[in-house]
Write a protein that binds this ligand. Structure first.
Ligand code: ATP
Ligand code: MG
Length: 565
């Protein structure tokens, strides 16, 4: 957690100081710069909400700029999905969507400018040789034999690189800084590489592409970004970005500020690994509800409000740390508790017959939609003597602390009546297939008629009215807190039980309406919050995925931590 109160962190402190000092005429302009090579995940959400939040809080602006300098891994599909997810989070970018590729011509001119200043050269060494010449963190590098080419020769070769004369990898343009620099990023970094590849926006116009390092800071400068907020791994690149800004005729100097990436327990967050999970079929696509992608979280029933609250709570810090996934689940549970409508669903049904129920009588009970919000109203639930209850709510031989149904025991059926178990019916192999009860007509509405108490209250669904459904229960995608550290690699840490399907679930009729749970998840009493899966549902057979269970493991974690302190 951050050391600062929500809304006050070291980045905002820096920005406030800059505004107070009149830097950039008091302007605040941030940007979110995704590479369109995958779907956004919860880590990106942290960065998005930080950048857009700051833009809004300081009366400034926030750009959305795709850093699309790598033609081979990028796709338009990702661009559209990223825009859609950012809008879903409630963030509005300034003006049009921007692309680093819009600046290719300007970046090319700046590269020529560096050549003319004697600050860049075309190198013929192979990628492998360049690596060898670079040295190590403890040993200085060596100069390339091509380092002292004349300006004219460099200009000529660079122009011919652009016109497509050379194959991929034959030459690179490098900055001429210092091969002995203690920061490896300043040992003559590559500025342009030859890549005869089709680009998702510029098509075949280019066969040389700027490196991320050469494009990123200059793109910020072009856009007048005042504060370039990025993650810690770019801290060592900052001196290089500053070198570009100092040595190029740019008119604006962005200030880069680094913060810690979000890491979550039981989660991998690298786009490469998420892509591998999708491509190898370990999950059912980028939007699999077990994925930490915004797509997956949306499908699972996460709300923008919960994600925003989560990001506020974790704050922004300068040091890397790992956040408990239970905190994320807690913020969702809190949000849905306030807003989700309540229904009854039996996930693993067993029949319950009321033997003294008047034949062919159906009653209707009023169920509150949300006890936290009286304005949410009520709906009707049909009841009769032929019901389903949850199989695990009955035990023939209950242990001492089991307060639900067992032979001779009386419980309340939510909203309806007290029932007492009188008999069990078995199939030929001895499995219980039906529970028989009597009910107390004086307990109508689930009220005790004479002050006698029952310890258990069970949910139920009327069998003649039940709608068949599939319910999906999720567990963490990985079976340990740090899947990246697993000996056999992160795939060896996949949790084989991350998805449990209950194909025989029964819903009360009101819960089967196609609108129920499709925008906002609903609560199935005693089972948690569930989102209707619009991709898998049919009109006849809805499919619901559990967003989060009711049990609050986050509060337990906090309590345990306190006790251990
Ligand atoms: P890649 O390895 O492909 O560069 P990336 O996760 O850095 O992956 P980008 O598309 O470059 O992906 O990220 C866009 C922005 O989101 C960057 O500014 C990056 O710093 C930020 N970001 C990415 N992952 C996280 C994370 N886990 N926590 C916070 N910010 C993140
Ligand atoms: Mg990146």
């Amino acid at each position: 957690m951050s050391d600062h109160a929500p809304g006050r962190d070291f980045i905002r402190e820096i920005i406030e100081a800059d505004v107070a000092a009149g830097k950039n005429d008091g302007r605040v302009h941030t940007r979110f710069p995704p590479e369109p090579n995958g779907y956004l995940h919860i880590g990106h959400a942290k960065s998005i909400l930080l950048n857009f939040g700051i833009g809004t809080e300081y009366g400034g602006k926030t750009n959305l700029r795709f850093d699309d300098t790598n033609p081979t891994r990028e796709e338009t599909e990702y661009v559209e999905a990223i825009k859609d997810d950012i809008a879903w989070l409630g963030c509005r970018w300034e003006g049009e969507t921007l692309f680093a590729s819009d600046y290719f011509e300007q970046l090319y001119e700046w590269a020529q400018y560096l050549i003319k200043q004697g600050l860049a050269y075309v190198d013929d060494l192979s990628a492998e040789e360049i690596r060898e010449y670079r040295g190590t963190p403890t040993e200085p590098g060596r100069n390339s034999p091509y380092r002292d080419r004349s300006i004219d020769e460099n200009l000529d070769l660079f122009g011919r690189m652009r016109s497509g004369e050379f194959p991929d990898g034959a030459r690179v343009l490098r900055a001429k800084i210092d091969m002995a620099h203690p920061n490896i990023n300043l040992r003559d970094p590559a500025l342009y590489r030859i890549r005869h590849a089709h680009h998702h926006r510029t098509g075949d116009a280019w066969c040389i592409y700027p490196t991320y390092d050469f494009a990123h800071g200059q793109s910020d400068a072009i856009e007048g970004i005042t504060h370039s907020i990025c993650t810690l791994e770019f801290e060592n690149h900052r001196p290089l970005y500053d070198w570009f800004i100092e040595n190029l005729p740019v008119h604006h100097t962005p200030r880069q500020i680094e913060f810690a990436r979000l890491h979550l327990t039981y989660t991998v967050m690298s786009k490469r690994k998420l892509l591998q999970l999708v491509q190898e079929g370990h999950v059912d696509g980028w939007d699999d509800p077990r994925m930490p992608t915004i797509r997956g979280m949306r499908r699972r029933g996460y709300t923008p409000e919960a994600i925003r609250e989560f990001c506020t709570r974790i704050g922004v810090a300068k040091a890397n740390s790992v956040v408990e996934i239970a905190l994320l689940e807690f913020t969702l549970r809190e949000d849905l508790n306030r807003r989700a409508h309540r229904y009854m669903a039996v996930l693993d049904p067993i029949r319950l017959t009321i033997t003294n129920w008047p034949e062919s009588t159906v009653e209707s009970f009023e169920a509150v939609n949300n006890p936290e919000d009286p304005s949410a109203g009520t709906h009707q639930v049909p009841f009769c003597g032929d019901l389903y209850i949850e199989r695990e709510d009955f035990m023939e031989d209950p242990p001492r602390k089991f307060f639900r149904l067992s032979p001779g025991r009386e419980v309340r059926l939510k909203y309806a009546y007290f029932v007492t178990c009188t008999e069990v019916v078995r199939d030929d192999s001895g499995n219980v297939i039906e529970i028989r009860c009597t009910y107390d007509p004086a307990s109508r509405g689930g009220e005790s008629p004479d002050g006698r108490k029952v310890k258990g209250t069970l949910h139920w669904v009327s069998r003649p009215h039940a709608v068949n459904a599939e319910v999906r229960l999720l567990d963490h995608l990985f079976d340990r807190e740090d899947p990246d550290a697993a000996d056999g690699g992160f795939l060896s840490a996949l949790n084989p039980e991350s998805l449990t399907i209950r194909p025989e679930a029964k819903l009360e009729p009101a819960a089967a309406h196609p609108e129920v749970g499709s925008e906002l998840a609903v609560q199935f009493l005693r089972q948690g919050y569930f989102k209707r899966d619009s991709a898998l549902s049919t009109d006849e057979r809805p499919v619901f995925t559990r967003s989060v269970a009711l049990r609050d493991s986050w509060q337990r974690i906090v309590r345990n931590k306190r006790e251990n302190e």
